[in-house]
Design a protein around this ligand. Structure first.
Ligand code: DX5
Ligand code: ZN
Length: 217
């Protein structure tokens, strides 16, 4: 069943708890946190404190997307803050396998993200160790960018590589009512959407539009 993960990056930061409630009541499956360090990506956003503060406000599955260098320095902080899943960027991890083990040992699910230009082959030896693969469909760093169509064959390829494994295929960046059916048809199982959910008058309607199930082609 397709999951929708609204990205808080596009929410009104002056009233985060209310924004979380609105997507939770509006049918969101997960809540996506975009953590940026000003090094791996050119932008600065939020840290574990925001995750911790919102944990007591929501029952949603907390999906934390780390766009930071040397993420191993912060895994424990995010575990204590109440993250359910940590996704690290493959380009930021020298010892990827060890980092995935560390995340699991801290009791969380582990994901790996790939930038648009990064080949799937980098994942070959960790496919049995991940709960999620995140295919970035924009260059990470900012919300509101346009979807890069070249990732569609990459999603299809990943879906084939997955075989009998159970990991989720998440797509993040430029997801809206037009691109959601395309990525879902290619094999995506979790869609992240910031602008398409929060920059609308009706959050529940926006989530419903993204949620429409499509058959694999
Ligand atoms: C980009 C982030 C995304 C972003 C998505 O670096 O990882 O989660 O917030 O925003 P939209 O849906 O506006 O493209
Ligand atoms: Zn993200």
């Amino acid at each position: 069943m397709l999951k929708i993960a609204p990205s808080l990056l596009a929410a009104d930061f002056s009233r985060l708890a209310e924004e979380v409630k609105s997507v939770e009541n509006g049918g969101a499956d997960w809540l996506h946190f975009d953590v940026m360090d000003g090094h791996f990506v050119p932008n600065l956003t939020m840290g574990a404190q925001v995750v911790q503060s919102l944990r007591k406000e929501s029952q949603l599955f907390f999906d934390v997307h780390l766009m930071i260098e040397q993420p191993e320095r912060y895994l424990e902080q995010f575990a204590r803050a109440g993250a359910d899943l940590l996704t690290v960027s493959v380009e930021a991890c020298t010892h990827l396998h060890r980092i995935l083990q560390m995340i699991h040992n801290l009791g969380m699910k582990a994901g790996v993200a790939l930038n648009p230009a990064t080949p799937l082959s980098l994942l070959e030896y960790v496919l049995d160790d991940v709960d999620l693969v995140l295919i970035m469909s924009v260059n990470p760093g900012f919300g509101g960018q346009s979807f890069i169509p070249a990732v569609l064959p990459k999603i299809r390829q990943l879906q084939k590589m997955r075989g009998q494994r159970k990991f989720e295929i998440q797509v993040d960046g430029g997801i809206n009512a037009t691109t959601a059916p395309l990525v879902q048809a290619a094999g995506a199982t979790v869609l992240v959407a910031g602008t398409a959910v929060f920059a609308t008058d009706n959050v529940a309607h926006a989530i419903k539009m993204l949620h429409t199930e499509k058959k694999l082609v």
